[in-house]
Design a protein around this ligand. Sequence first.
Ligand code: NI
Length: 177
Amino acid sequence: MAIRDIVIYPADVLKKPTRNVEDINDEILQIIGDMWDTMYEKEGVGLACNQIGIDYSIVIVDTSVKEGVQPVRITLINPQIIASEGKQTYKEACLSVPGISAEVERAYWIKVKALTPKGQEEIFEFEGFPAVVLQHEIDHLNGKVYLERLKGLKKRLALDKYKKVLRQLERAKKKNS
Ligand code: NI
């Protein structure tokens, strides 16, 4: 297993829907292992496969590293939200959108259909913080980052701030090359 580079928004692979995994073979299991290594290295609570530049529909979540929230540790393949209810607002951040965070409104409860790494189709229910993380990650698989969920002024401010972050990253890159 290996730590991969995190792809930074607005890279193309983050803006296109991912494709479903047809066969959970060694390649897929290797990618999942790399996703776990990468997420722990970067101290994230969730990661979508396209964030390491591979357009498969896979997400991983581990909320147990965060205090005071329901611990959920899970790998989901081809996940689909099939029902949702309620509302909650949480301040979100993303490894692919460094340097900023913003409050996003999402469903409080979701029901998700997905394959497990063993290839079994199962129905899962999540609420509270784990539901936030799952919705954020499944958005990634649909080619969306959380910034696109913001509206009006909040969105403009976040995008402006992010442009500055990108310019700083660009400058730092030039310095190091
Ligand atoms: Ni993200």
